[in-house]
Design a protein around this ligand. Structure first.
Ligand code: ZN
Ligand code: ZN
Ligand code: ZN
Length: 395
């Protein structure tokens, strides 16, 4: 097991470049690492779901095999370290985890058995289930010799829990456990079941920090934090579901409006080369499908001339940066965002609007007030002149 904190950069690139079927794609891996950082996750542990099956903590999808794939990819990156956690038993024929336990009589193999504490009456040697010694008066009487029992340890003992067969009437100290697979119906003895070790995955926070530095995620996060400090709701590596129902992940998504709708998608590309039109086209296609109004592409350090032309033609705002000043970028993004109206202020506004509409209703009964869109009026009030300017610029 590898314990070193250093990330092999080649393996980072390899895993990120991997998108072969059956393996988690690179964005699933980087999203998971972003999530570890954002939610301060320290370990992943396997759990049995109440509805059956297994899942790791901290995963919203419930495909256990895929979760394991992601965790193992993270392990190859040195982000997590495997730790022995538990063993489970599963069906050796079909690998299913769901089992029903039956107790078979070791004498006749019937599973029509009961299990219970037994009493051995020392005076006559009768051993039987405790329930068969109990009388209606709440006393203990031997069903064989009919004598009353006196005291435990004196004239009787309780040797433990026995398996009582209802078919052959045998009483055996131990029943034979049979496990019936709920998927294929196989009946297996304990030793016939397949053992599966379950691992927990412990996160190496230092490796996560290094990953953030090497991938530029740290820079993304600093922009997100700067946006948040400006009062803008922003998420790192957030997905917006497009009209094609495909979720598109952007480096940063900024939200605005009453329902905090995705309002701006931000992509950040850091490389030695100027950003080329291809990257912009890919971003543009995702923005169009996701119906995000504002599209911002940050190039570190800059863009090719063709890329600039393309951006101008398609309303993509481009920001050139040397990658050292996240605050400056956040300010540029924020300058085009609608002013955030505090909830309380908004409520007061709605209230006064309602009153105004009601007044109108009283004054001019014949006017169809329904046609006055409260929302439309509100929007006019809330949006600052700045937005209108930038909206005009875009069109
Ligand atoms: Zn039996
Ligand atoms: Zn007896
Ligand atoms: Zn099975």
């Amino acid at each position: 097991m590898c314990h070193h904190n250093l990330i092999d950069e080649n393996s980072v690139l390899e895993v990120i470049a991997t998108s072969s079927p059956g393996r988690p794609d690179s964005s699933a891996i980087s999203d998971k690492i972003a999530e570890i950082r954002e939610n301060k996750i320290s370990r992943y542990e396997p759990l049995i779901k109440p509805e059956g099956g297994l899942t790791y903590t901290g995963f919203s999808d419930h495909d256990f095999a895929r979760q394991l794939d992601i965790l193992r990819s993270l392990q190859r990156l040195g982000i997590v370290r495997e730790e022995p956690f538990d063993y489970i038993r599963k069906c050796s024929r079909c690998d299913h985890h769901g089992m029903v336990v039956k107790v078979a009589c070791p004498v006749c193999c019937s599973t029509n058995t009961d299990q219970g504490k037994v009493i051995e009456h020392l005076a006559c040697g009768n051993t039987d289930l405790e329930s068969r010694f109990q009388t209606d008066e709440g006393r203990l009487v031997c069903p064989k010799c009919k004598k009353k029992l006196k005291a435990i340890g004196v004239d009787y003992v309780k040797p433990g829990s026995y398996c009582s067969c209802l078919s052959c009437k045998a009483l055996s100290p131990e029943g034979r456990m049979q496990f019936i697979c709920l998927n294929c119906g196989s009946s297996l003895a304990k030793e016939e079941m397949k053992l599966e070790p379950l691992a927990a995955y412990v996160i190496d926070q230092e490796a996560v920090a290094k990953y953030f530095d090497s991938t530029g995620f740290q820079f993304h996060l600093s922009i997100v934090e700067a946006l948040r400090s400006l009062g803008i709701k922003a998420e790192h590596r957030a997905a917006v579901t497009g009209s094609s129902q495909v979720p598109h992940t952007f480096d940063i998504v900024g939200y605005s409006g009453e329902n905090l709708e995705p309002a701006v998608a931000i992509e950040i590309e850091k490389s030695g080369e100027p950003v080329d039109p291809e990257s912009l086209l890919n971003f543009l296609a995702r923005c169009l499908d996701a119906k995000v109004e504002r599209k911002i592409f940050v190039g570190v350090p800059g863009f090719s001339d063709e890329a600039k032309k393309l951006a101008g033609a398609h309303g993509i705002e481009i920001v050139e940066s040397d990658g050292s000043n996240p605050k400056e970028i956040a300010d540029k993004i924020a300058s085009g965002m609608p002013e955030r109206v505090p909830d309380q202020q908004l409520e007061q506004m709605i209230e006064s609007m309602r009153e105004a509409v009601e007044e109108q209703e009283i004054q001019r009964d014949e006017v169809d007030v329904e046609s006055v869109s409260l929302e439309k009026m509100l929007r006019t009030i809330i949006s600052s002149p700045k937005d209108e300017e930038s909206a005009q610029e875009e069109s």
